[in-house]
Design a protein around this ligand. Structure first.
Ligand code: LHQ
Length: 263
């Protein structure tokens, strides 16, 4: 049913693959709509406890498809950028960050422009040693969008965020790891296996507690300590009512490994 992405559920893991390899998975309006639908499926499907976002071929995602940006020589583009961002990209970024299940970016190759933003909107980033990141916006006279101005300074600090966005230089996977842009770098041939292992591990953890932790961390980024303490109390009440919490405590008492079912 999807044309520009692949969506496969394997056990508790949803694999979402950007699928326009000949264009380094550059983003079209159709791809944005399909990604929004895919993340809605992840949200709805109780079997799914982890999502992985990756790209087909040698790129992760090259950002907005620039062949669709019609800017005749010397003229301003006819696209309504505000609408494209507000109705196309922003709901996707919000769907990913408000999803109360962990999302891993499996960064298999170059992530540029809004393609890098998609990786930033995931909760964890595992990069191939062949991956790279480019804040490409400046090269075409645009500003970073799809959350990049929010995520970048929080991940790498303001000074580095300014440098990356002003200069638009390519950041290698190793450098991305050094500055805190990615969680792990693995040899390219082992990427799928490593991410699969990480996803499987996350899928055996108490999904509700992880989802609520994600919510608390995101909300906490723009809250006072007082508000965060209050939010923790409210969310802890929710986590404390889950079967997984009961199972965790029981397993501790019985000195065995817990079996979390995500309920
Ligand atoms: C592409 C693209 C691409 C189409 C490579 N589009 N074909 C923008 C506008 C409107 C509103 C909302 O927000 C946005 C947000 C944005 O995302 S702006 C930023 C858009 N992205 C870029 O500026 C990145 C453009 N691409 C590149 O700089 C390079 O291609 C990178 C650094 C990604 C990769 O470089 P290489 O590894 O050297 O590959 P390549 O350049 O040879 O690309 C391979 C093919 O993919 C090539 O096609 P061809 O037919 O010549 O083989 C490229 O034209 C195509 N491609 N990016 N964004």
């Amino acid at each position: 049913m999807f044309e520009t992405i692949r969506y496969e559920v394997d056990g508790a893991i949803a694999w979402i693959t950007l699928h326009r390899p000949e264009r380094l998975n550059a983003i079209t309006p159709q791809m944005l709509a399909e990604l929004r639908d895919a993340f809605a499926d992840v949200r709805r499907d109780d079997r799914v406890r982890v999502a992985v976002l990756t790209g087909e071929g040698r790129g992760f995602c090259a950002g907005q498809d620039l062949r669709m940006v019609d800017s005749g020589a010397g003229e301003a583009s006819t696209i309504d950028y505000r609408k494209t961002v507000e109705n196309g990209y922003n709901p996707l970024i919000e769907a990913m960050t408000s999803l109360e299940k962990p999302v891993i970016a499996m960064v298999n190759g170059v992530a540029a422009g809004a393609g890098a933003s998609l990786a930033l909107a995931c909760d964890l980033r595992v990069a191939s040693d062949q991956a790279s990141f480019v804040q490409a916006f400046v090269h075409i006279g645009l500003i970073p969008d799809s959350g990049a101005t929010w995520f970048l300074p929080r991940l790498v600090g303001l000074a580095k965020a300014m440098e990356l966005t002003f200069l638009g230089e390519t950041v290698s996977a190793e450098e991305a790891w050094r500055i805190g842009l990615v969680n792990r770098v693995v040899p390219h041939e082992q990427l799928r296996e490593e991410v699969g292992r990480l996803a499987e591990r996350l899928a055996t953890l108490p999904t509700t507690a992880i989802g609520l932790t994600k919510r608390a961390l995101y909300d906490g980024l723009h809250a006072s300590l007082h508000d965060s303490l209050q939010r923790e109390a409210i969310l802890q009440q929710l986590a404390g009512q889950t079967e997984d919490h009961r199972e965790g405590v029981q397993a501790f008492r019985e000195k065995r490994r817990p079996v979390f079912r995500g309920r």
